[in-house]
Design a protein around this ligand. Structure first.
Ligand code: SF4
Ligand code: ZN
Length: 295
């Protein structure tokens, strides 16, 4: 990895608060490895063995923004926590805020432990609205503990309340069928995790089907403690969230083909999930004669 260049940058479409599908600049900043090392995380793959130098992050942002079409919203993901002083040098926060001047919404990710006054300062420095993305993962107490997330639900509640109190939007990442759960339990706890997110007044909840892509999850597959979820479970949990009508719900469709073995219904299911994401509606359930899946 080169500390002067973001490891990925592109424009993606997402339904925004106004109900319109808009382009969002998405920049994956090259950064040091996150110190938490959660069981399911694969973000360490694109990291440095050391912290970046002062000025590297603003340079990376300018590198990406010079090459992307103009948008009004931006996601800045750094394979860890934006407010980790060893990830983003604190002296860079003001220059970063200045580069972000033209954006109406700025989305950054952060572990709940690092949500404090620094977020408020940065919120004051940017001209647009700030949205903080946090990994809520799964509210099953044993599973959350085993994921090594270094967070409990009480702490999440406290930090969400802090952000809500200061008018800062919250986005959560939730895991569908993390390790140690059956398919049915995965669906049940996926819905419970969304309920918890709604209680904490999140604006956006992303449902991420758990993927084996980091070594640890492959080992848990071999021991029988993990199995990736089915695409129809993703449909069920996303539909549940949309039906509740309390936040925008997005199914994470990256690499979605690996969650289906059926060539007959996969394309229909992908289309159904895309409609859910873009329109926040629940299209008719797909019943497939080939795989027998009628969810
Ligand atoms: S806190 Fe987030 S980035 Fe850090 S290890 Fe856990 S999942 Fe990965
Ligand atoms: Zn099928």
């Amino acid at each position: 990895m080169d500390p002067k260049i973001p490891y990925a940058y592109f424009v993606e479409e997402e339904r925004t608060k106004s109900g319109v599908v808009e382009n969002i600049a998405t920049v994956f900043l090259t950064n040091r490895e996150c110190p938490w090392k959660c069981l399911m995380c694969d973000l360490w793959k694109n990291t440095l063995d050391h912290s970046v130098s002062k000025g590297d992050i603003p340079n990376q942002m300018e590198y990406a923004l010079d090459r992307l079409p103009k948008t009004t919203q931006i996601k800045l993901y750094n394979s860890g926590s934006f407010f980790d002083k060893n990830a983003i040098p604190p002296q860079d926060l003001l220059p970063i805020a200045n580069i972000l001047n033209s954006f109406e919404r700025v989305i950054v990710e952060c572990h709940p432990s690092l949500i404090d006054e620094r977020v408020l300062t940065f919120n004051d420095q940017i001209s647009g609205n700030l949205e903080i993305a946090m990994g809520l993962e799964c509210v099953h107490p044993d599973v959350l503990d085993k994921l090594n997330k270094g967070m409990d639900l009480e702490q999440f509640r406290e930090k969400a309340s802090f952000l809500n109190h200061h008018g800062i939007a919250i986005r959560v990442f939730t895991l569908l069928r993390p390790p140690f759960l059956s398919e049915e339990e995965g669906i049940e706890w996926g819905k419970k995790t969304l309920d918890f997110a709604f209680e904490n007044q999140v604006e956006v909840a992303v449902v991420i089907p758990t993927r084996a892509w980091n070594g640890a999850l492959e080992a848990l597959m071999e021991s029988g403690d993990f199995h990736p979820p089915e695409i129809s479970s993703l449909e069920q949990v996303t539909a549940y969230g949309i039906k509740m009508g309390k936040a925008r719900i997005f199914a994470d469709l990256w690499d979605i083909d690996i969650f289906s073995n059926c060539n007959h219904c996969l394309a229909h299911r992908k289309k159904r999930l895309t409609m859910m994401n873009e329109l926040q509606v629940i299209p008719p359930v797909i019943a497939c004669n080939h795989c027998g899946n009628s969810h």
